[in-house]
Design a protein around this ligand. Structure first.
Ligand code: ADP
Length: 260
């Protein structure tokens, strides 16, 4: 283990051994799940555990293969080639994490294709070069399945190039433990926050596009441990980020006030 202390990650299923076996077998890994379910934290934890450098790219609709592979830049009177994060990871044997890969432009998927099968190579079209991946290079991506509006789908043919693991909400006991470990909050209050989270998660009739994530509960716990009143913390960390509908906000505030 490197000297830097490990990021805290509480295993929810069997994801640690699945990831380790993917690394051992040089297989790319896809994390599926809604926002705030610990996907990024898990990748940080695994990189630390495997003692590998981690490069993260937060993909958005403008992310192109050039952003990942590299580009020529002008330096004084010269043009110099600068490797992008994918090329650096491929050369150095690092873990490359493409967060929200489905948001990126289609040419990103084209660029990673030959890295996701037995070839394990990267074609740099601007240099006319093909490079073989370092034995320790690993490709990891996350994806928020498209059950809500506004999220892009990932093509089945791309999904099938990865080993995939779903991330969701931990059970009550685990989630309360995460809150305590992450923020130092009193276990009794952590339990109440988790209960509020689960109550709201079960209110499917509200039609929220995203429901209460572990992240929101952690945020509420942080505010409470730093001295903000409990009800106010729940309101601003959990209720308000979920919806802008004033009636729903009032209903959720009433509900959570009864529970904290
Ligand atoms: P995602 O990448 O899925 O959007 P993050 O990894 O950023 O989510 O997680 C959000 C926060 O939730 C983290 O900062 C951490 O506090 C907490 N968290 C969620 N799941 C876990 C877990 N299993 N172990 C530790 N912390 C977790």
């Amino acid at each position: 283990m490197s000297e830097k202390t490990s990021p805290f990650y509480r295993e929810v299923g069997k994801e640690v051994s699945v990831f380790e076996k993917c690394f051992e077998n040089r297989l790319p890994f896809l994390l599926k799940g809604p926002t705030g379910t610990g996907k990024s934290r898990f990748v940080e934890y695994m990189a630390h555990k495997l003692e590998k450098k981690l490069l993260t790219v937060a993909c958005h609709e403008e992310t192109s293969s050039t952003d990942l592979v590299g580009r020529y830049i002008i330096e004084g009177a010269q043009t110099v080639w600068v490797d992008g994060p994918l090329t650096r990871a491929v050369k150095d044997g690092a873990i490359l994490y493409l967060d929200e890969i489905a948001e990126a432009r289609p040419d990103v998927i084209v660029a990673i294709h030959p890295l996701t099968d037995h070839r394990r190579e990267l074609y740099i079209d601007k240099l006319g070069e093909t490079i073989k991946a370092h034995p320790d290079f690993m490709l990891v991506a996350s994806f928020n399945p498209g059950y809500q509006k506004g999220f892009k789908e990932l093509k089945p043919s791309t999904k099938q190039r990865f080993i995939a693991h779903s991330f969701g909400y931990p059970n009550e006991k685990l989630e309360a433990e995460i809150l305590v470990k992450e923020t130092g909050i009193e276990p009794g209050i952590a339990k109440k926050l988790v209960n509020i989270g689960n109550k709201i998660r079960n209110l499917t009739e509200l039609g929220l596009s995203e429901t209460v994530s572990t992240r929101l509960l952690v945020d509420a716990a942080k505010l409470i441990t730093s001295g903000l009143p409990k009800r106010l913390s729940v309101e601003v960390a959990i209720v308000e980020p979920l919806t802008d509908d004033l009636e729903v906000i009032e209903a959720l505030k009433d509900l959570s006030n009864l529970m904290i």
